[in-house]
Design a binder for this molecule. Structure first.
Ligand SMILES: [Fe+2]
Ligand SMILES: [Zn+2]
Length: 492
């Protein structure tokens, strides 16, 4: 108790006015540290306490003592109190480095092979949880994320973290909502940890053209247009009736979504429909591609799962302007196509939540495709608007989103948290039933939509009870320059 006596002497000249106050209500003590025992004093209140931390540092035992003026000894025990104590800082030292974390950030200090220290790297915990590369979080076949950043808690809790012998960073998360509130282990490979230390890169985006007199429809408005005979044209008229074709193309330019009906059920017909507008755009998927369910698919579109609203090829340059999907067969249960106007959702967001809108025009998310020898990545803010806040396009594709590249400090963490809240709101607006046009494509239907403005998705489907059902769409893209030339030629 030698140190306790020193505490007592130190506070001797102070009056013990409030000896019954419990230290937990007194605020932070002035600690003296000695192994697992701390002697703490609250001189202002004349209280000294002996604090004993348990080995895991999770709880602390207080032995409180009041100190009276003139006393040489601690003379009045206030009793014992054990408090569960969540230390605001945790750390783990291994041979390979030190990892520290609190409720928001994780800091790494590691030694390189030549024993030179690698500088501190501070990462947002939200960012880190979002970047988990495990097979539960990223589909090993398609390389696509299986969850949306908006599904994560603001402050993912860390149970344990350490740098491994091999240089990987291991983080065990507690109460993980994507693991039934159990724990979830992320192992970040050495190269990934190294790449975080590289400087942030800014990838510019192209500003897009604005169609005149756009109709930013919701479900009711779009259905009214269809009922009026708009936004729909027969295959024969599309190919051979110039006035009808021009009118339908005008509707495509205004609404971003039209249907060509009665297209022969033959492979390659989608190219014929596209060629009326102009040349197709070649991408990693080829000149045309088939959307069919298949095992070990390289793209979530090639499965039978529900496919949330998204835009295609956000990692490609230029992002395709038009997407055409020609339905060859669709006699499965489900598999309805879903469309929602991204620009309308962005305007709705701007009106109702201006601060969320600001974040989505400012903070960039990253999209990539790194499979089968390809390596494409691009960054875009979710909403593309000009200086006058006229919104031209959106960039929404959760399955192709990759790790954010943010400043490695609290500002970066703050940006990501703000982006998440804003994105959740944008998603809720876009997915609201009053904004979604739902259509089960029939064989012979070919939908054409503006991929830079319209979000698309698909309900889950399964084979019919006879087991014979199939769903097969053949698709292609048209690039912005080709589309713009057609707009000038036909409508300009
Ligand atoms: Fe798609
Ligand atoms: Zn994971």
């Amino acid at each position: 108790m030698e140190r306790a006596l020193r505490v007592a002497r130190r506070v001797e000249r102070l009056t013990a006015r409030r000896p019954n106050l419990r230290p937990s209500s007194l605020g932070l003590p002035r600690p003296w540290r000695r192994y697992s025992t701390q002697i703490a004093s609250w001189p202002t209140y004349g209280v000294a306490s002996q604090l004993t931390l348990d080995r895991s540092r999770q709880s602390v035992r207080y032995n409180h003592t009041a100190v009276e003026t003139g006393s040489e000894a601690i003379n009045q025990s206030l009793g014992e109190e054990i408090q569960q104590h969540r230390s605001p800082k945790h750390s783990f030292q291994s041979q390979d480095g030190l990892v520290k974390w609190d409720t928001k950030m994780l800091t790494l200090l590691r030694r390189a092979a030549d024993d030179s220290p690698i500088p501190h790297l501070t990462l947002s915990l939200l960012w880190l949880r979002d970047a988990c590369p495990c097979t539960h979080c990223v589909d090993p076949d398609s390389g696509q994320k299986s969850f949306s950043t908006t599904d994560l808690p603001d402050y993912p809790a860390v149970e344990h973290a350490e740098l491994m012998d091999s240089g990987e960073l291991k983080v065990v998360w507690a109460n993980d909502p994507l693991s039934d509130a159990g724990s979830h282990t992320s192992v970040f490979p050495t190269e990934m940890v190294r790449s975080w230390q590289e400087k942030d890169t800014q990838v510019p985006y192209k500003s897009a053209s604005q169609g005149p007199e756009r109709i930013l429809w919701d479900r009711a408005e779009y259905e009214a247009l269809l009922a009026d005979g708009r936004c729909r044209i027969s295959y024969q008229d599309w190919l051979h009736n110039h006035e009808a074709f021009r009118a339908a193309f005008g509707d495509l330019n205004k609404t971003g979504l039209i249907f060509v009906t009665g297209v022969p059920q033959e492979k390659g017909q989608v190219q014929r429909v596209a060629s009326r507008i102009g040349a197709q755009q070649y991408t990693i998927y080829g000149w045309t591609w088939d959307v069919k369910s298949k095992p070990r698919a390289e793209n979530v579109a090639y499965t039978s799962q529900f496919l949330g609203l998204h835009q295609d090829l956000m990692y490609w340059d230029p992002i395709p302007e038009l997407q055409l999907l020609h339905c060859q067969s669709n006699d499965c249960e489900g598999g309805e196509s879903l469309f929602s106007h991204g620009v309308r959702a962005a305007y709705e967001l701007k009106k109702a939540y201006p601060e969320h809108y600001d974040v989505l025009t400012r903070v960039e998310s990253f999209f990539g495709y790194h499979k089968r020898g390809h390596n494409f990545a691009r960054a875009h803010p979710t909403i593309i608007a000009d200086k006058n806040n006229t919104i031209s396009e959106t960039r929404w594709s959760p399955p192709f989103q990759e790790s954010f590249r943010l400043r490695s400090d609290e500002q970066g963490d703050e940006d990501l948290r703000r982006w998440k809240a804003a994105a959740a709101q944008f998603k809720a607006i876009a997915e609201s039933p009053s904004n979604i046009v739902e259509m089960k494509l029939k064989p012979g239907d070919c939908v054409i939509f503006n991929n830079r403005q319209i979000l698309h998705g698909r309900r889950q489907f399964s084979q019919s009870q006879t087991g014979k059902g199939s769903r097969w769409l053949e698709g292609t893209y048209i690039a912005p320059a080709v589309y713009e030339r057609a707009v000038r030629g036909l409508l300009g």
